[in-house]
Design a protein around this ligand. Structure first.
Ligand SMILES: C[S@@+](CC[C@H](N)C(=O)[O-])C[C@H]1O[C@@H](n2cnc3c(N)ncnc32)[C@H](O)[C@@H]1O
Length: 321
């Protein structure tokens, strides 16, 4: 049976009834929100498939899982979105052959298009992480980036990950929000949004105000975002959950404290003003600031602050041989 027969088509134009139903159904909300976002997702999150994102993806992977075992012959990504993590890991030499999966058909379509443009050996399926449509013992590696916090039953998804891994195979999930990190990131984001959209209401700064209908659309997207963002994680709890699912050699690592304290206001500010105001100079300033603060986090703050304070948590583990 071909993938085209099995997989449902994307739905980037949800009806008002579907959106209403989605507020009570996180999985439907995920499909609608991410189908809607798929076409512009890379641009919105500054995702690229060049050295900048290749080194980001490989650095994150190596920080939690190390370089042993690379290149993995086969790897599958859960909640791949447009392919940011898996495609950049493939380009960075971590993975040879890849499979992208996502609950959103629109995302799978864009990920496969991105892989084709890059000339990478990738296939794809629409898949719910709680019921992965692959046989037992299929992959050497399963990865995910910013996906676990969207899955209603995370322990069920981890059990599925271990089922589809070959014995001795590894999983790596990165980019998940910690409990404390999510709290301060949200507060900083809300404050920045309120300040930016209010000071640009009147006077000379009004040229920095996005049209009201665009601000309203961002607010509607943010409301649906609140439905799809289900969990935040304490690193220790996440490790216990992975062990409970049957994994061994489990390890959680956190990153980004100073980088998150600056990054969330900057990203929110960028979303609240017209795109043409964000000059190349501004974007370079924001990127270099983030690089410098990330280095401060890695070299100094990670040694002195408790891991729970950092914004991102990543976790790895192995299926018992
Ligand atoms: C925040 S996006 C991250 C996308 C990509 N991994 C990245 O880092 O750019 C989360 C992705 O997870 C997918 N997703 C949400 N719930 C899922 C589930 N139960 N099973 C599989 N994918 C899911 C969404 O459709 C979305 O594409």
């Amino acid at each position: 049976m071909s993938d085209a027969v099995v997989d449902p088509p994307p739905n980037p134009h949800a009806t008002a009834e579907q959106v209403k139903a989605a507020y009570a159904d996180p999985k439907l909300a995920n499909v609608l929100y991410h189908d809607w976002e798929a076409g512009t997702y890379d641009e919105k999150w500054s995702i690229s498939y060049d050295e900048r994102c290749i080194s980001y993806a490989t650095d994150v992977f190596d920080a939690v899982a190390g370089e042993d075992g690379q290149p993995y012959p086969t790897a599958m990504e859960l909640g791949s979105g447009t392919g940011f993590f898996l495609l950049n890991l493939m380009q960075g030499g971590v993975i040879k052959k890849g499979s992208v999966t996502d609950l959103s058909p629109g995302m799978v379509r864009v990920a496969l298009r991105n892989a084709e443009k890059l000339g990478l050996d990738v296939d794809g399926r629409v898949a719910d992480a709680e019921r992965i449509p692959y046989p037992d013992n299929t992959f050497d590696l399963v990865v995910g980036h910013a996906v676990l916090h969207h899955i209603p039953d995370v322990p069920a998804a981890l059990r599925e990950v271990l089922r589809v891994l070959k014995p001795g195979g590894r999983f790596v999930f990165a980019g998940e929000p910690t409990k404390i990190g999510d709290f301060y990131a949200r507060k900083l984001g809300q404050l920045t949004w309120w300040l930016t959209t209010n000071v640009t209401k009147f006077g000379p700064l009004s040229a920095w105000r996005r049209p009201q209908e665009e601000l309203d659309e961002s607010s509607r997207a943010a409301a649906l975002e609140a439905v799809v963002d289900i969990h935040t994680f304490d690193p220790g709890d996440l490790e216990r959950m992975a062990r409970g699912a049957g994994a061994t050699e489990v390890r959680a690592v956190t990153e980004e404290f100073a980088a998150a304290l600056a990054g969330w206001p900057i990203r929110t500010f960028e979303a609240a003003v017209p795109a043409e105001k964000l000059t190349v100079r501004w974007r370079l300033f924001a990127y270099h600031l983030w690089l410098r603060l990330s280095a401060l986090d890695k070299k100094i703050l990670a040694r002195v602050l408790p891991r729970q304070l950092f914004y991102n948590v990543m976790i790895t583990g192995v299926k018992r041989p």
